[in-house]
Each structure stands twice: as C-alpha cells, then as structure tokens.
Ligand binder design. Structure first.
Ligand SMILES: [Zn+2]
Ligand SMILES: [Zn+2]
Length: 418
C-alpha cells in the first residue's frame, strides 16, 4: 500500500503543479467526463465542465488515476444516459497491443483466471493475449500482468500507419482533421473530428470498421469474371486492382509480396512446390504480365489456388488491426489527452500525424521528470525511459528516476523502499 500511496503523491504533485495545463478537446463543454478514483478505484461518470479551468480544479481535488471524456457531444452531458441528448461523436480508433498478437506478448504478458471457483485449482493461467473467456470455466475476470516494450510500440505504430493511409488516401480526411495520440500504455488513439463524421450512427461506423479490417472485401473484378465465364474461357480469378482504395492496396501489396518472396515463404502460404518454383524464378515477368496487365491465367503452374493464397495473405497484411468495439460505440469514453495513465504513469500525448515514425512515447509521454526513488524490483525486463536504459532486474534494490519507479510500481513489479 505504501508504494501506491507514493505513486498517488506523485500524481497529486503532477496535477497540482501550477504548470499543469489540460489540453481541451473540441466542444469541451458538450462532453461527458469520467474519473477513475485513485484510492477508491471507483468510476465517477456523467460529469461536465464549462471551462478547462473548472476541470483542472476538479482533477486537483480528486486526483484520479485515469481521466476519460466521451467521444460524443451531448446537449446535457451530465444527465443520465437516456436524457443526455446525443448530438454527434468523433470517429475514434484504438490500436492497442492488448488485442494484437505480437511475438513479444508471449514473453511479457501473463493472465490468470479471477474466478474463485475456476475448474483449474488456483485459477487457470497462461501467457500472451488474455482470452475473452477462461478456457476452463468460462469466467470473464482476469488478473493480468502486462508490459509495454518497444516491439509492442513498433507493432501498433505499423497498424496506425496503415490506418492513417486509409483515412487520408481512401477517405480523404486532411491531416488537420486527424489527431494522433500515444495512448499512455501500449498503443495509439486516432480521433477524426469533422462535421461529416459527427452524425454517423453505429451502423455507418461499423461499415468503416469493415473497410479498415477488410471484412466482406470483394477482391474480384466481377464484370470481367462473368464475361470470362460466359465464354468458358477461364477459371482463374480476375482480381480488381487499380489506383485507389483497396484496389491500390492489393495491387501494391501483391506486387511487393511477389518481388520480395522467398520460395519457403510461398510454400508456407500453401503454394505448391511447382508454383513456388515458377513464381520465384520469374518474379518480374509474372508481376508485369499478371498484376500490371491483368493476364492472370497465362502462367503455367500458377493458377487459382496460388493467386488466392497470395491475395488473402496480402489482404491480411494490409488491414489495420483496430479494436472494432471502440470505433462503432457512439457513446464511448476515451482517455483524455494530457492526463496520466493509471497503469504506467505515462501521459496520453498528442503528436502531429507526420511525426508518427519519429515520436518516441518513452520520451515524449514521460510526465515525471524530477527526483529519484529507492525501489525493490521483483522482476522487470530491460526498458528505456527518457533516453536512459534500465534493467533487467530480478529481486534487486535500485535507485531509479521517479518515472521509472512509478512505471514499475504500477506494473506490480516493484515496491518503494522507505
Ligand atoms: Zn477459470
Ligand atoms: Zn511487447
């Protein structure tokens, strides 16, 4: 408990600093605000404020571990849900390593069933992504131990890059309408604030989710396929490739895939040995003939099955792995920019869209910049913060900068020493 009190003191000092400023979201006073209280661990919802100064004074009084606001705009943001008067919502995307299989999550993430009556004595446990239901008892509560490493960030950054490409090139949003944030833990939030998205209902948002996730994507050129069928000319699919949207994405993706392919990779995809051989030896010619000119059925040994496997693989690579529930929920609460994350002590931090590749969250989102603390670390992998490298630690007493100590304590891996 002493360690958590110490972290609380740091959160309090942060919000009570005269330098603290809350970066107001657009239409500030039409939003619902919510706080997760640090000590009580209870959620306080349905708050509204007329000015960011009023919100800041509430933050200073309550000292929450987490601060959220609605993506929605309401006539009465502090009323009960059914009386709020929904008048629109931003279009938001959440890309989080919690939901994306990375090669690192088996290394640093653990879960344990929280059902006291779990069929596995002591609770079923495992490594990697936390399941939605316990495989043993079907329980839905878990104790988790996670970590945010550079690979988590790299993976979510790649997904974010793909999403931003869709938002700007396919949907036509300008960089001024798109806000990009580090989430404060291990991912990114993307908010689109624009009049044309404000009034979209749940169904319309689900359509956008489908587009981003490639769900129901028809990769074929139906007209050409039908006319070929009539002439009984071919059984090879005719992909619809082009210069816009998914057609461009598939075209570029298939071209790049074939030009960079290795025989083993093709065989792993399920392409026959013969097909892989032909593709590998004639890469450029096949790209020119099939992908550029659309003459799909003119390469012996590379037929329907092969093209389908390549196209499906490319599609899977090109989708952006978003948390689909967040985008379609028109009442969603989302972490507020410029506030501390209760699992890391890092900030949700905005950066310009163009800086996605250069913004380092482990530098730019660090809130606590002064002081040190003596901690006993039970177990922590190597990590970087503010450009310094720490760890790995195993049952070690160390003196760490405040930000590093807060992170380890919130992650349940260290205790502060008196
Ligand atoms: Zn269980
Ligand atoms: Zn990781």
């Amino acid at each position: 408990m002493f360690s958590r009190d110490w972290v609380y003191e740091n959160f309090r000092a942060y919000y009570r600093s005269p330098r603290y400023e809350f970066p107001s979201p657009q239409s500030f006073s039409q939003r619902e605000y919510a706080f997760l209280l640090f000590k009580e661990r209870a959620m306080v919802r349905h708050k509204s404020f007329h000015s960011s100064a009023a919100l800041v004074s509430s933050l200073r009084e309550r000292i929450p571990s987490d601060v959220y606001h609605s993506c929605a705009y309401y006539e009465n943001p502090d009323a009960d849900m059914d009386k709020k008067g929904w008048s629109g919502a931003d279009l938001v995307f959440d890309i989080d390593a919690d939901h994306i299989p990375t090669s690192c999550n088996k290394l640093h993430d653990e879960w344990k069933c929280g059902n006291p009556a779990c069929l596995v004595a002591g609770g079923m446990s495992g490594r990697g992504i936390t399941p939605e239901e316990c495989p043993a008892c079907g329980g839905v509560k878990f104790e988790t131990k996670t970590w945010a490493c550079e690979e988590c960030i790299d993976t979510t950054r790649t997904e974010t890059r793909k999403l931003l490409d869709m938002l700007t090139n396919d949907f036509g949003f300008s960089e001024h309408e798109i806000h990009t944030y580090f989430s404060g833990h291990r991912g990114y939030h993307i908010h689109v604030e624009n009049n044309s998205v404000r009034s979209l209902d749940t169904m319309a948002r689900k359509e956008i989710v489908d587009y981003v996730c490639g769900i129901g994507l028809d990769m074929f050129d139906k007209k050409r396929r039908d006319s070929a069928k009539q002439k009984r000319k071919t059984s090879t699919p005719v992909f619809a490739l082009g210069d816009y949207g998914w057609k461009r994405r598939l075209k570029n993706g298939m071209r790049t895939y074939i030009l960079n392919s290795a025989k083993e990779g093709l065989i792993e995809l399920g392409v026959s040995k013969k097909g892989a051989d032909v593709l590998f030896k004639n890469k450029q010619a096949i790209v020119n003939r099939c992908i550029e000119e659309g003459r799909w059925d003119t390469v012996k040994g590379v037929g329907f099955e092969t093209w389908m496997r390549i196209a499906e693989h490319v599609k899977d690579q090109e989708i952006a792995q978003i948390d689909t529930v967040v985008t379609s929920d028109i009442h969603r609460l989302i972490r507020a920019n410029g506030t501390l994350h209760g699992k890391t002590g890092l900030l949700k931090a905005e950066f310009p869209v163009k800086d996605l590749d250069t913004f380092d969250p482990f530098v730019g989102a660090v809130a606590f910049k002064e002081g040190t603390a003596h901690v006993l670390v039970s177990d922590a992998p190597e990590f970087k913060l503010s450009g310094e490298t720490f760890g790995p630690y195993k049952n070690q007493r160390v003196e760490l900068p405040t930000a590093a100590a807060v992170l380890l304590i919130l992650k349940g891996r260290a205790e502060v020493q008196n």
